[in-house]
Design a protein around this ligand. Structure first.
Ligand code: SF4
Length: 332
């Protein structure tokens, strides 16, 4: 057994270790490493060491609450909450009491953030109202995950008590979704302009996406200074139009998590992966999203009863991988 690495890869990893800027070609070279190669393990070790050095032992849990289940007219192909998928016939808006109960329980369990997700046509005023209510009720930082917004709406989110906003230029944006990449980026710029922390994932990754597309979004996250930007794979709900492409494995996801960690260099405050699993915690990830309420990856209206992992499960994975979810958050 020899651990001699290819010199060109070793040079890239040294740059990554020193938090130097990688080039697009260097990131693509890392993405192309065979999963069984010693270089992939060296890549994951380097990303893991970089994260443990910059984030310490902190394991982050940012608690997703999907506020409503509704057939969304935007029909993004990977989403189960669409008119076309026709998974959910009943429209559900989770009650204020239910949302408060979830938020309080997440706070008690040590969640580091509350990410409030809505479908594409959910009322913006209603989101502000829920934000104000939770701001009064819990001390956990609030993150909005909603449609594209204007500066005025960004300021309204801040005033309502939100500290951050999750927003991704998705893989296949404009092809698998009806949205324009430029508009998504304009919204990310709004966050920066008004002072909302930007949360991101390169998502939803499937086997059909080229390395170029994936790496492009990694560099976009770095350019716009995401607070965190790891990797989320696409989950094909039964009957999904994307089923024909299959899904990537957690092992493949771990390789991408490592590449994106090195691309992000000294920019992020954490590094996410979804859904929660161990492999990526050996490759530079430290942030999970426990989930309740609506989820675009589920056929269950309340994902806490379906695919969603609870915070206890997420914390247990952190502990098993030598991270401490009870330390203070590095993100907020
Ligand atoms: S991803 Fe969002 S905007 Fe797209 S269909 Fe699903 S809920 Fe609607």
């Amino acid at each position: 057994m020899t651990w001699k690495l290819k010199p060109a890869i070793e040079d890239i990893l040294k740059k990554g270790e020193n938090l130097e800027d990688l080039t697009t070609q260097e990131a693509l070279d890392l993405m192309a490493l065979p999963l069984e190669s010693p270089e992939v393990y060296a890549l994951m070790q380097t990303a893991d060491a970089v994260s443990r050095k910059t984030f310490g032992k902190k394991g982050e849990n940012h608690f997703h609450i999907g506020l409503n289940v509704e057939q969304c007219p935007y029909n993004c192909l990977f989403c189960s909450l669409t008119q076309k998928a026709d998974v959910f016939q009943e429209k559900i808006e989770f009650s204020k009491e239910q949302i408060i109960a979830w938020a309080k329980s997440a706070e008690k369990d040590g969640a580091d953030g509350l990410n409030l997700m809505t479908t594409g046509t959910y009322g913006f005023k209603r989101l502000l109202e829920i934000g104000r209510l939770l701001k009064k009720t819990v001390s956990t930082p609030l993150v909005a995950n909603t449609r594209d917004i204007t500066h005025k709406e960004g300021e309204a989110l801040l005033e309502a008590g939100f500290q951050g906003a999750y927003h991704a230029v998705r893989l296949g944006e404009g092809r698998d979704t009806p949205f324009k990449r430029e508009k998504r980026i304009a919204t990310i710029q709004v966050f920066s302009d008004v002072g909302l922390s930007w949360a991101n994932c390169v998502e939803p990754v499937g086997p059909e996406h080229s390395h170029e597309e994936i790496v492009d979004l990694m560099f976009l996250a770095k350019k716009h200074k995401a607070a965190y930007s790891g990797i989320m794979r696409r989950i094909n709900f039964p009957g999904s139009p994307m089923e024909k492409f299959g899904m990537i494995t957690e092992r493949e996801m771990a390789r991408m998590v490592a590449v994106s960690r090195l691309v992000m260099a000294d920019v992020p405050k954490a590094h996410c992966t979804h859904e929660p699993h161990t492999a990526s915690l050996m490759a530079g990830a430290n942030l999970f999203f426990p989930e309740v309420g609506a989820s675009p990856r589920d056929r269950e209206a309340e994902t806490g009863q379906g695919r969603g992992n609870g915070i206890d499960r997420c914390k247990a994975i952190h502990w098993e991988m030598g991270l401490d979810p009870d330390l203070p958050s590095n993100v907020f």
